[in-house]
Design a protein around this ligand. Structure first.
Ligand code: SAH
Ligand code: MG
Length: 215
């Protein structure tokens, strides 16, 4: 049990997802060997589906790591023209740049190195899709900026919102994660109760929230 879904369900669902892109598989292997927390298979597939439906031209990502999800998104639809991704860890950014030189053939991804909050404060152009996948304790601070940077028809996707189930169940909660978990609960409450927004929280991967403006 990952605290979120029964193992047999996750295992079964994963048998339905087939990734045959060599580059993506190579990065998956690297991430597994080096404990880099890339999106799980089911979340990767959800991102691809969302991009196929939404056809975003411009995507903003918080948390690049080795560039796995941004490269995956760049390959999901021909409509994607630009991806900006933010990463504060120099080593990660360097690995991501290498991966991008190999796997981002159309050169649509750019990395901004720095802390998400500092970078977000300076961004002005709007995006069709924003993927929040960095600094689990800081989604509440990132979110107002993400809303400001989101086109009216845009979608915000937040990863790891159930955090190994701890967000939903105190029995799973470990002491050193209490602050993060409390903040995540506040985050989910806020994006769920906001009358101007519609949010669904899915028990997929480590928990994914999808948010749009009501229209
Ligand atoms: N989206 C990636 C995984 C990102 S893992 C993928 O699925 O392939 C989260 C990354 O966010 C880590 O590399 C970490 O260094 C970075 N990070 C964490 N907090 C951050 C912050 N406040 N600003 C910028 N990057 C941050
Ligand atoms: Mg994640």
């Amino acid at each position: 049990m990952n605290g979120i879904s029964f193992d047999y369900i996750t295992e079964y669902l994963n048998t339905l997802i087939e990734e045959d892109d060599e580059g993506i598989l190579e990065m998956e292997q690297y991430a597994n060997e080096n404990n880099v927390p890339i999106v799980q298979k089911e979340v990767a597939n959800l991102l691809k589906l969302m991009i196929t439906i939404q056809k975003p031209m411009r995507i903003l990502e918080l948390g690049t790591a080795i560039g796995y999800s941004s490269i995956l998104m760049s390959r999901s639809s021909k409509f994607v023209k630009e991806i900006v991704t933010i990463e504060r860890n120099e080593n990660m950014a360097e690995i991501a740049r290498n991966n991008m030189s190999k796997f981002d053939e159309n050169k649509i991804i750019s990395i901004i190195e720095g802390d998400c909050l500092k970078v977000l404060e300076k961004l002005e152009d709007k995006y069709d899709m924003i993927f929040i996948d960095a600094g689990k304790g800081h989604y509440n601070e990132f979110f107002p900026h993400c809303l400001r940077l989101l086109k009216d028809s845009g979608v915000i996707i937040s990863d790891n919102v159930l955090f190994r189930g701890m967000v939903a169940n105190n029995d799973l909660l470990i002491r050193r994660k209490i602050t993060i978990v409390k903040r995540m609960r506040t985050y989910l409450m806020n994006i769920s109760k906001d009358k101007n927004l519609i949010t669904t929280v899915l028990p997929v991967g480590d928990g994914v929230a999808i948010t749009a403006r009501r229209n």
